[in-house]
Write a protein that binds this ligand. Structure first.
Ligand SMILES: [Zn+2]
Length: 236
């Protein structure tokens, strides 16, 4: 490899870093810093924000909606447009129960190194799909939290708010059990935290384990004085 090729390779890597890797990692870092700052300044109360990605799924979302209803909890769902189109009744059910419905891409494709047209159409189609179901989407969570400079441009142009998270329990993984997910949730939550869980996709029936974990974690969190809110009540 000659010097020009090495220089070219360095340029490509630097461009990719600036285009997507730095914005993705940087925004996650800033989100967490903001949460810490809120606690430090005593502005955090005992609110938690339950958010669910990757649904709706025929198998799990209905059961989750029943569980949330049991405790009168309002949550936020970041739905994949193709699953929403397959399950319009579940979107209707979310609305009826007073949950917030946001977008999480059309087909859950990684947008990290995608270009302008892909990002624009992905967000536009996601918003449009929900619109046909009577939902005005105002909140967006990118799959895997991966985004690029065009994502930032289009969510601003389409008047969407970017939602990341504070707490993950790796509930999509086949390695996790219902108990380990519950333990992670209980150990990792803090006042004002946004929890990211999943009611669709995942490995080997993962959302079933998430549901089982929540059945035990929710009453314990309520006992600890936490209340649950939708993302539109979140203080930025
Ligand atoms: Zn996802």
């Amino acid at each position: 490899m000659n010097n020009y090729m090495i220089f070219g390779l360095i340029l490509v890597c630097a461009a990719l870093l600036c285009y997507s890797l730095i914005p993705s990692a940087g925004l996650k870092y800033l989100w967490k810093q903001k949460s810490r700052k809120r606690i430090k300044e005593g502005r955090a109360d005992r609110r938690l924000y339950l958010t669910f990605d990757d649904g709706p799924s025929r198998e799990y979302t209905g059961e989750l909606l029943c569980l949330l209803k049991q405790y009168r909890i309002k949550a936020s769902f970041f739905v994949v447009a193709e699953f929403a189109r397959e399950n319009p009744d579940l979107i209707e059910w979310m609305k009826e129960e007073g949950h917030l419905v946001g977008i999480h891409s059309v087909e859950h494709k990684n947008a990290l190194f995608r270009g302008r047209r892909f990002i624009r159409e992905d967000i536009r189609e996601s918003v449009g799909t929900l619109e046909t179901m009577g939902c005005r989407a105002r909140y967006y969570r990118p799959p895997w939290g991966h985004l690029n400079l065009w994502t930032l441009f289009f969510i601003r142009a389409m008047d969407l708010k970017l939602i990341l998270w504070d707490v993950m329990a790796q509930d999509w993984s086949a390695r996790e059990t219902a108990n380990s997910i519950k333990e992670k949730i209980l150990r990792r939550v803090f006042p004002g935290a946004v929890l990211c869980l999943h009611d669709g996709r995942g490995t080997a029936g993962a959302p079933g384990r998430t549901l089982e974990a929540l059945r035990e974690a929710i009453p314990l969190l309520l006992e600890q004085g936490y209340v649950f809110e939708r993302m539109d009540a979140y203080e930025y």
